[in-house]
Design a protein around this ligand. Structure first.
Ligand SMILES: Nc1nc2c(ncn2[C@@H]2O[C@H](COP(=O)(O)OP(=O)(O)OP(=O)(O)O)[C@@H](O)[C@H]2O)c(=O)[nH]1
Length: 281
């Protein structure tokens, strides 16, 4: 507003289109930074430094862009200061924010490494499929149930069983059975969100912990997995799979596993190739 009220429009013949293009691009990039910071960073001090830094840059670049179209009388110096000063201050704030971001990331990395070490030390991964085992599932389930109950968010378990796996092993050999389990766990992993967890519950049973998911969403997920696995050449075509999904939000870890297993066991599945069954918890 100040720029428009103090400045005088330049004649079209005086416009420098290369300058306009260059300064327009700089302004757009600064706006993009600002949008990325607002949309991707959690609230906090570091985000504020980044936000105010980029905001000052946007201000400066915007005035720089505007003065391609308007000219200010020589005695008016304020526009020149307003154009030049915010940029270096913004750069300093942005740099301070980036240093904070770097520190933050180092702390997160250290925590992730700690978690990884915990996994390795306690041998919580199943050696065949490299997914988590029962011990880890139980520990995480207890923690997640507590968290979800405190936040009043839904939590579902999906359990999968391979039908007649013993017969498959006898017919094709244990090595083929092992290969099937590895391929199946890889495919299941590929269908999960980052917040979900896949565990090998028993020999031919897997459990998927579906965070922040209600019964209806879990059933849609099960259908999706069903369709995905049905068309998979990597999995042996003579095996049938049962899957159930249960909302366990209000249960204890022990009850949650017991109830989901009960739902799975209560399925009376006809034996035909690669068919999956869903049951409500
Ligand atoms: N290849 C292989 N087989 C395994 C592994 N762990 C368990 N099994 C086999 O999985 C089979 C599970 O047998 P059951 O619990 O009777 O299951 P099932 O034959 O699928 O019977 P239903 O589930 O009732 O259809 C057993 O034969 C185990 O030997 C493994 O790591 N590798």
């Amino acid at each position: 507003m100040l720029a428009l009220s103090l400045g005088v429009s330049k004649l079209p013949s005086k416009l420098d289109w290369f300058d306009i293009l260059g300064e327009g691009i700089v302004l757009l990039v600064a706006l993009l930074w600002l949008t990325l910071i607002i949309s991707s960073r959690p609230a906090g001090r570091v985000t504020e430094w980044l936000y105010y830094g980029s905001l000052l840059l946007v201000c400066s670049f915007f005035l720089d862009f505007i003065d391609e179209f308007v000219r200010y009388p020589d005695h008016i110096r304020i526009m020149s200061w307003l154009e030049s000063l915010p940029a270096p201050i913004g750069m300093l704030l942005l740099t301070y924010g980036l240093v904070g971001w770097h520190r933050e990331q180092r702390i997160i990395n250290r925590q992730l490494q700690g978690r990884e070490r915990f996994l390795r030390d306690h041998r919580l991964l199943d050696p065949l499929t490299q997914v988590y085992g029962l011990e880890y599932l139980y520990a995480v389930l207890m923690r997640d149930l507590e968290l979800h109950q405190a936040k009043q968010q839904p939590l579902c378990l999906a359990m999968l069983n391979i039908q007649q796996f013993a017969a498959f092993n006898r017919r094709y050999g244990v090595a083929a059975g092992d290969a099937y389990l590895v391929a199946l766990s890889e495919q299941l992993c590929s269908q999960l969100r980052a917040s979900d967890i896949l565990c090998r519950y028993a020999g031919d049973r897997f459990v998927m912990l579906l965070a922040n998911t209600n019964q209806q969403q879990a059933e849609i997920f099960v259908q999706h997995v069903q369709q995905h696995l049905a068309n998979l050449p990597a999995l042996h075509e003579t095996l049938a799979l049962d899957i159930v999904a249960c909302d366990v939000s209000t249960l204890s870890a022990m009850e949650a596993l017991r109830q989901t297993e009960h739902a799975l066991n209560s399925l009376k599945s006809p034996r035909y190739p690669l068919t999956m069954h869903m049951a409500q918890g």
